[in-house]
Design a protein around this ligand. Structure first.
Ligand SMILES: Nc1ncnc2c1ncn2[C@@H]1O[C@H](COP(=O)(O)OP(=O)(O)OP(=O)(O)O)[C@@H](O)[C@H]1O
Ligand SMILES: [Mg+2]
Length: 556
């Protein structure tokens, strides 16, 4: 259904939108939005679960990413359709909030829209569907909370199992036992008690990657590590009880912004000039030595001459440190980043037990260990190739996130589609009690949730219909953790398999998927400006002919 934007008032066309703007309304708009969102869900569905496949993505520069992580896949693909963009957005939000479940949320949102479309075809109004979904989603959250199991925030065994589940669907699954231990260690180290609960900021854990070696050489370092080297061979490579000057200014003679000419008329003048330059640079090194710093971390460059003077004073210096590393260093060592060398005082220095240059593979790395703030940690990820290290980094992010989720909110559910199936079964019972068309929406919501076990079963080559029938029957009988064991291709009790997941992730998936689907359903009008400015021409009234490439259905 479309309508001409230029309205006719007493024969005069009134142009409201810029020429070239396209508009689609009503069912047309809904259909195209739902289709776009479902296509996105279909794209990533095949990478869901431990038996899911990975995707190889090539960007415009030819860089290749291989991943099975929902958020990462969606980040790499360049989508154009606004509804598809919303699906990408919902995966990102889920990633930011809980760090895992990004594939689930998109797959579920896609399925909710598919069910909504069936209802729209039966002439159920979108508002009714949105209301029904909202009620069902609130109910689902309650059920999830009811069935979840309480655990202790410091129960290492449980935290490790949760981390292992999150990595089960990733390339690094063979080493998940080792990596899960590291993730639990890291998170527990940065966790802070806050009354009864715990606060965790995984931003304190810097993840650095270095291709080479193997995944089991991934290490947790108490402090900061960065791929840098000591600038001058005459400097020490190891400084104990380091006092670190953190500088955000170049240790060089400043170059003037304009071209200046100096006329030197005698060799004496030349010497004075050079001596003066040397003196200025020596002053810089002296200033650093005066405040008793024995390490310099400089965000900018360091002149050869300054390096020489610093080396003479036995000061270890590193140049062109990344801004993010400078911030981390400041936080870790309790130092302050100084922007003007003149302002540097001994109070600004950061402290660490050891600063050392070590070789990792072919390259030099600087390690800052035993920092004042024990919460500064670096996870140094190793792996055979760059692609493996990249994917390992993403998987470690998921593992750290799920462990954090449980430490913050110590409740877990089993995986393998069991909780979704249980919620669906209880939602159906509850839906009996509501009347009218909202009931249809609530039932649709319950059915949509079943997409989780179905997708897992499909990825393992199992028959989705048999599995659905089997799972439904078991949940009716009260087997609340019956789910899909994808490795042995059968329905089983997921608690017994010890596949645990944070309640927080399941909740976020339900909440965000419902919100995304509802938002898309509520749209009944899409007005899109044309990207290219159309040259001003005589106004075209209705009947003046089509002007977009999309044909008369969606132009204007
Ligand atoms: N051993 C297992 N057996 C059965 N299902 C499992 C097992 N391990 C994990 N799963 C299930 O796999 C699903 C998670 O898959 P996956 O990690 O690919 O998607 P996601 O967590 O939604 O998204 P992403 O990790 O990409 O952010 C969860 O439903 C989880 O219960
Ligand atoms: Mg996952």
């Amino acid at each position: 259904m479309t309508e001409a934007i230029p309205a006719q008032i007493s024969g005069q066309p009134v142009l409201i939108l810029r020429e070239g703007t396209s508009r689609s309304r009503g069912r047309d708009a809904q259909r195209s939005n739902i289709m776009a969102a479902r296509i996105i869900a279909d794209v990533i569905k095949s990478s869901f679960g431990p038996r899911g496949m990975d995707k190889m993505l090539v960007d415009t520069l030819g860089d290749v990413t291989i991943t099975g992580d929902g958020a990462a896949i969606l980040k790499e693909i360049d989508v154009e359709h606004p509804a598809a963009k919303m699906m990408v957005e919902v995966a990102k939000t889920t990633d930011d909030e809980v760090g895992d479940g990004t594939t689930s949320v998109v797959v579920l949102a896609g399925r909710l829209l598919e069910k909504a479309e069936e209802l729209l075809d039966k002439n159920v109004h979108p508002t009714i569907i949105v209301d029904g979904y909202k009620q069902a989603s609130d109910r689902a959250l309650k059920i999830l909370d009811d069935i979840a199991i309480k655990t202790s925030p410091t129960d290492r065994e449980m935290l490790k199992k949760v981390a292992i589940t999150s990595m089960a669907s990733k390339l690094v699954r063979d080493n998940s036992d080792y990596l899960a231990d590291l993730a639990v260690d890291a998170v527990l180290k940065v966790a802070e008690k806050d009354g009864e609960a715990y606060k965790v900021d995984i931003g304190n854990i810097e993840v650095e990657k270095k291709a080479g070696g193997s995944l089991v050489e991934t290490k947790l370092i108490q402090g900061i590590a960065m791929e840098k080297e000591v600038v001058h061979p005459g400097m020490p490579k190891r400084v104990e009880n380091a006092k670190i000057a953190l500088l955000n200014c170049a240790l060089e003679i400043e170059k003037t912004e304009f071209d200046a000419k100096i006329n030197i008329e005698s060799p004496d003048q030349m010497k004075t000039f050079l001596d003066e330059e040397e003196r200025l640079m020596k002053d810089m090194a002296d200033k650093i030595a005066d405040v008793e710093a024995n390490v310099v971390m400089c965000q900018k460059g360091i002149d050869d001459m300054v390096q020489h003077f610093l080396a003479k004073k036995n000061i270890l210096a590193v140049r062109r440190v990344k801004e993010s590393s400078m911030d981390k260093l400041a936080k870790a060592t309790g130092g302050k980043v100084v922007t003007n060398l003149k302002d540097l005082t001994s109070k600004d220095l950061g402290k660490a037990k050891l600063v050392e240059e070590r070789k990792l593979g072919e390259d030099e790395w600087i390690f800052v260990e035993g920092c004042v703030n024990p919460k500064a940690l670096t996870m140094l990820v190793r792996g055979a190739t760059e692609k493996i290290v990249d994917e390992a980094e993403r998987s470690i992010h998921d593992a750290l996130s799920v462990v954090r989720d449980v430490v913050r909110r110590p409740k877990v559910v089993a995986g393998g589609g069991a909780p979704e199936m249980e919620v669906a079964s209880r939602l159906r019972e509850w839906a009996e009690s509501i009347s009218g068309r909202i009931q249809l929406a609530a039932l649709g919501f319950a059915e949509a949730l079943e997409v989780m076990p179905i997708a897992l079963a499909e990825s393992a080559g199992m028959n989705p219909i048999d599995i659905t029938v089997d799972l439904r029957a078991r949940h009716e009988k009260g087997e609340k953790w019956a789910g899909v064991d994808v490795f042995n291709s059968k329905v089983t009790d997921m608690m017994k398999l010890e596949v645990y997941e944070p309640l927080a992730v399941k909740e976020q998936v339900v909440k965000s998927a419902t919100e995304a689907a509802s938002m898309i359903l509520r749209i009944d009008d899409v007005i899109a400006s044309s990207k290219e400015k159309t040259p001003a021409g005589p106004p075209k009234g209705p009947g003046a002919g089509g002007m977009g490439e999309e044909g008369p259905e969606s132009e204007y």
